[in-house]
Ligand binder design. Structure first.
Ligand SMILES: [Zn+2]
Length: 147
């Protein structure tokens, strides 16, 4: 059992309900398992994704990406909730303490059907630097000096 809680997950297999990859099925055509589970959509892998699920597949540092490029793989960021205990740290109350000071980042480039991504743990200082950079990047000035 993982001690991590997923905070962000962009996965090429997780399509939004409005995506063309999901097709609503008439109740008469639904399989008994679907009816039992209350599901009324089936996967339609023959359709092109219209929701932009998952990261754009990286094709090289010399290639300018496009939103039209194929997507695949996944990206996730996970944390350890504060109530998780460890022998050298006393138990923390779920509502009273922040999460443990590490962020797990997982990346799968989507080049195969196997999930053989890479994982890294960032500490609070690294996450703070990443947070600052992302703010500048979103503001359109990734090289801005920070105070
Ligand atoms: Zn989709």
């Amino acid at each position: 059992m993982s001690i991590y809680s997923t905070a962000i997950n962009f996965d090429a297999t997780e399509h939004e309900v409005e995506c063309a990859r999901w097709v609503e099925v008439d109740r008469d055509d639904a399989k008994p398992q679907m009816i039992a589970a209350g599901r009324k959509y089936r996967r339609a892998p023959e359709q092109d994704c219209t929701c932009g699920a998952g990261p754009i597949i990286y094709t090289g540092s010399h290639v300018l990406p496009s939103d039209e490029d194929p997507r695949g793989g996944s990206f996730s960021a996970c944390y350890i909730p504060g109530f998780i205990d460890r022998s050298d740290r006393p138990a923390l109350g779920e509502d009273d303490f922040p999460p443990h000071p590490w962020l797990r980042v997982w990346v799968d480039g989507g080049e195969s059907d196997d999930y053989q991504g890479s994982v890294a743990l960032l500490d609070r200082k690294q996450v703070a630097e990443l947070h600052t950079f992302l703010g500048k990047w979103l503001a359109g000035d990734p090289d801005a000096e920070t105070a």
